[in-house]
Ligand binder design. Sequence first.
Ligand code: GAR
Length: 195
Amino acid sequence: PKRVAILISGGGSNMIRLVESMEGDHPARAVLVASNDASAAGLERAARLGVPTAAIDHRPFKGDRAAFEAELLKPILAAKPDILCLAGFMRVLTPAFVARFEGRMLNIHPSLLPLYPGLHTHQRALDAGDAEAGCTVHEVTAVLDTGPILGQARVAVEPEDTAETLAARVLGMEHRLYPAVLRRFAAGDRSPVWL
Ligand code: GAR
């Protein structure tokens, strides 16, 4: 099977869904969960699922992204991943890092890209009066939150929605979308998943 490393920064609910999906006849297996924050709750959850973990705190590098990435790369390269999945990983990666994993790094973003790259996606969708919101899995390229779209899931925006309620509804779809895309991608199929 393909070897998958997952990068997280927080609770890792998407990571859990990815790890749990990789069993049986699935074309991939999780080999590493790494975080830029040693206190990320997802690390303990991953360990409980039997996946090796690594934590590289970005803060001592004081904005020197290349130096941070050089440390982050060590456990990643040691795990020999075929595919790298960003799952709520909140550090911007340099073009040099991205180039190393060109064509085999995925990201999930909580908006219907190309709408709302960056942060505060749900509030921006509400402010714009959008009738629909959603999430996107895409291949990572050097420009943040662009790159070929591998799947998208849509939800209706309700009149009483706040950024929090909308985020929760979208997250539920993220949990369905990301495993569906990874299964297809790991099997060598880049045709997009639409949910
Ligand atoms: C998810 O909603 C993901 O789409 C978002 O962070 C959350 C992580 O949740 N990612 C980004 O905003 C990337 N810029 P999780 O840790 O529970 O998977």
